[in-house]
Design a protein around this ligand. Structure first.
Ligand code: AMP
Ligand code: MG
Length: 499
């Protein structure tokens, strides 16, 4: 298989057990990270390290930093560039793959879960096309911070173990410091991974991949009568839930290409993502999303579109009869909108502090829609408005102020109170946990990244991180972090991909 030899490192920092490299030969290219001139640890995620059963001290020591910079391949690692394809903005790219990433290997965390340890920015690979294989420091820190915020919000996500600056200057629109990020994921299997093998290798290669995905993420399906149809269903369920959770915190992924949709159901790839401020479903921040394909309110239908691409790769495994396969897959895809709507209503019930019993789906749906319509008309900050509802529900008398500008709020409030006159502590706790006080506000994040990149000042980053790591408890000292940017700042705000 030509596995890259491991370096002569002493004590093992990672106890690797690399199933992807071992079981899926031919699905990747063994590769070595580039050597970088001046590695420096910028940020280590000590909490995540401990969760993974790793020693933060060892990672922060000289040998650990050499490993996190790609200058030393740790014992047991089998670094590989994974092959994948993908639909980008609706167009099929038959060969994407890890052009600036490498999977080092897998470890088992303290909960017994298998997690990928992967680099991003570790140099060119056979999949780099015209790219330099590098990652800018600001982009790495953005992925770190938003990933941690999402994790704290309770949303399934890949996370960052460390960011190391490389001592290199990389060329983007302007020269930028280079960095390597170490990403932790349930796996890096994407819809695009299936597309690659369906396009280039045929059904038996897809079957092998699907069997691997089932073993790794959906072991309960192994014995199913129709395991590949069940796999499609299971991935659809996780995506329905994931997107509902995104919507609940105002998250806009920004680049929901099929190569950025995981089979595990984790959020991946924090490139041009952003959080909605004044509520409008057509909100887009990504500079490359000219048509609003990946706008806030489009995300569920895009998830379904992506699942259709996934389904296509599985058709011949679902049924040898093509018509029956299409009918079965279509059934799953057609169920998706309702499935997602149910997840979304669950999220919104929690946000509005409504108990599920007695069930009144249509009434709760209307109550939610009407509140969102008020927000949209009044151009009210999504996060603040929902938090204000929570504050009202717990009897905080000054909480009304963000909502007062809303025309017709009083009438809506009466309906809301009539729907749920009393709230148990459980319901209030759920409401608190669904309505964060602090999200990574776009302008705060940009300011933190600018300070880190332009001035080498990590203080604003650390401060913002500390805030978003505890999103649900209001703190007087952090009041500024709950505030949206001035509308004129948000109006000009754009995010950029691939930096
Ligand atoms: P992303 O936009 O990060 O999801 O990446 C989409 C595709 O472009 C993947 O195949 C990446 O590996 C590749 N890519 C993005 N940036 C670079 C880069 N700087 N060098 C090489 N490949 C890249
Ligand atoms: Mg990607």
């Amino acid at each position: 298989m030509g596995i890259v030899t491991t370096a002569e490192t002493g004590s093992a920092i990672f106890a690797f057990d690399n199933t992807y490299a071992r079981e899926l030969e031919g699905y990747y290219v063994p590769w070595t990270p580039a050597t970088v001139p001046g590695p420096q640890l910028v940020k280590l995620n000590e909490g995540l390290a401990r969760e993974l059963g790793l020693d933060p001290g060892a990672l922060a020591a000289a040998e650990g930093v050499k490993i996190l910079a790609g200058n030393s391949v740790p014992a047991g690692a089998t670094p590989i560039a994974q092959a994948y394809a993908g639909h980008q903005f609706g167009q099929f790219s038959p060969q994407l793959g890890d052009g600036r990433a490498l999977l080092l290997g897998e470890i088992i965390d303290r909960q017994g879960q298998r997690r990928d340890i992967a680099f991003k920015g570790s140099g060119p690979t056979p999949f780099s096309r015209r790219g330099d294989g590098k990652c800018a420091l600001g982009a790495a820190l953005r992925e770190y911070l938003v990933g941690e915020a999402m994790a704290a919000l309770g949303i399934p996500t890949t996370r960052t173990l460390a960011v190391v600056s490389t001592g290199e200057t990389i060329r983007r629109e302007r020269p930028l410091p280079g960095a390597i990020l170490t990403r932790v994921a349930a796996s890096h299997l994407r819809v695009g991974t299936f597309e690659y093998f369906a396009a280039h290798k045929g059904p038996e290669a897809v079957r092998k991949l699907a069997d691997y995905a089932i073993r790794r993420h959906y072991p309960e399906l192994a014995a199913a009568e129709l395991p590949y149809l069940e796999l499609l269903k299971a991935v659809a369920v996780r995506q329905a839930e994931l997107v509902a959770r995104w919507l609940g915190v105002g998250f806009i992924h920004g680049v929901m290409n099929t190569d950025n949709m995981t089979i595990s159901g984790e959020t991946i790839d924090y490139g041009p993502c952003a959080f909605i401020e004044a509520y409008h479903p057509r909100t887009v921040f990504s500079s490359i999303d000219a048509t609003g394909r990946y706008a806030y309110g489009q995300q569920a239908s895009i998830a379904r579109w992506n699942l259709a691409r996934f389904a296509e790769t599985l058709l011949s495994l679902i049924d040898t009869d093509a018509d029956r396969a299409v009918a079965a897959a279509t059934g799953v895809l057609d169920a998706f909108p309702e499935q997602h709507a149910a997840c979304w209503l669950g999220v919104m019930r929690a946000k509005l502090g409504l108990s599920a019993e007695p069930a009144d789906d249509a009434g709760d749906q209307a109550l939610t829609d009407d509140f969102l319509t008020l927000l949209q008309r009044g151009r009210i900050d999504f996060t603040k408005a929902f938090r204000a509802l929570y504050d009202l529900a717990r009897g905080k008398t000054d909480a009304i102020s963000p909502l007062v500008p809303l025309a017709d709020f009083a009438a809506w409030r009466q309906r809301w109170q009539a729907r749920q006159p009393e709230r148990s502590d459980t319901l209030l706790a759920a409401m608190q946990g669904a309505n964060p006080c602090y999200i990574p506000r776009n302008h705060r994040l940009e300011a933190a990244l600018d300070a880190a990149v332009d001035d080498g000042d990590l203080q604003p980053f650390e401060r913002l991180l500390a805030v978003v790591e505890h999103p649900f408890d209001e703190r007087a000292a952090d009041a500024d972090f709950a505030e949206p940017a001035p509308p004129e700042v948000t109006a000009c705000y754009q995010t950029f991909c691939g930096t």
